[in-house]
Design a protein around this ligand. Structure first.
Ligand SMILES: NC(=O)c1ccc[n+]([C@@H]2O[C@H](COP(=O)([O-])OP(=O)(O)OC[C@H]3O[C@@H](n4cnc5c(N)ncnc54)[C@H](OP(=O)(O)O)[C@@H]3O)[C@@H](O)[C@H]2O)c1
Length: 208
């Protein structure tokens, strides 16, 4: 599969590493331009290339957004139209500035991203685990108990395809409901940063 990644930091860089290793074609972008990504791309296995944000968005069948939440309004909606967009981001007001609709729990950060991107199919995933655990905790043997990864979204097919990707890098996808349910995997929720197995995560989430 072709995977675009917008954001090349802790989370974006880690997912570029994991998806490249899993055999996917990856195009990764940051805010400063492809020439600043040479070091990262050179050290990664597989077919990983540096791109502009626009190129990474057009390249991917699936595009990961791994930038600070406060930057979401700058993401280009046109090239992401029709794409599956994985929202790995979290809202931290001290970093991102205050959004009253989030502070008052009237909506979720993923719903705001979905509204901005219009034609994309947004799925929230990879936001609950620390980047270094994400890098290290995947288990390729199904004989080993896997860490769970919550997946929320309103498009069933998009969620299934993201769940397949999660399995390929060694985690157990766990259905966490729709985008509005994304609040159950936000900072401050009981599963956030908890590093639970798939079974424990199912139990803690209960029915979506
Ligand atoms: N760190 C974690 O353990 C962790 C775990 C789960 C989820 N998250 C969430 O994931 C998101 C990313 O976190 P991170 O720790 O990976 O951050 P990070 O290491 O600071 O990396 C952020 C990346 O976003 C890029 N970026 C910023 N604005 C951009 C824009 N307008 N267009 C394109 N790229 C842009 C930056 O590019 P430049 O360097 O060129 O500016 C950088 O590559 C955040 O929402 C965070 O809350 C973090």
């Amino acid at each position: 599969m072709r995977i675009g990644i917008v954001g090349s930091g802790h989370v974006g860089g880690t997912l570029a590493r994991l998806f490249g290793k899993a055999g996917h074609e990856v195009a990764v972008a940051n805010s400063r331009g492809p020439e600043t990504l040479r070091g990262l791309v050179d050290e990664l296995d597989g077919q990983v290339r540096a791109a502009t944000v626009e190129e990474a968005a057009r390249f991917g069948d699936v595009v990961v957004v791994a930038v600070p939440f406060g930057r979401y309004a700058g993401l280009p909606a046109d090239p992401l139209s029709g794409k599956i967009v994985i929202d790995a981001g979290n809202y931290y007001p001290e970093r991102d500035g205050h959004y009253p609709e989030l502070d008052e729990d009237r909506t979720t950060s993923s719903e705001l991203l979905q509204r901005h991107l219009g034609g994309a199919r947004v799925v929230k995933a990879f936001n609950t685990m620390r980047w270094d655990h994400l890098r290290e905790y995947g288990r390729q043997s199904s004989a080993m108990q896997r860490y769970g990864m919550p997946v929320s979204g309103d498009d069933v097919d998009a969620k299934r395809r993201v769940s397949d990707l999660i399995e390929q890098i060694g985690f157990e996808p766990v259905d966490a409901g729709g985008l509005a349910d994304g609040r159950r995997q936000q900072p401050g929720s009981p599963i956030y940063g908890a590093d639970l197995t798939g079974g424990e995560l199912h139990e803690r989430l209960g029915a979506p």
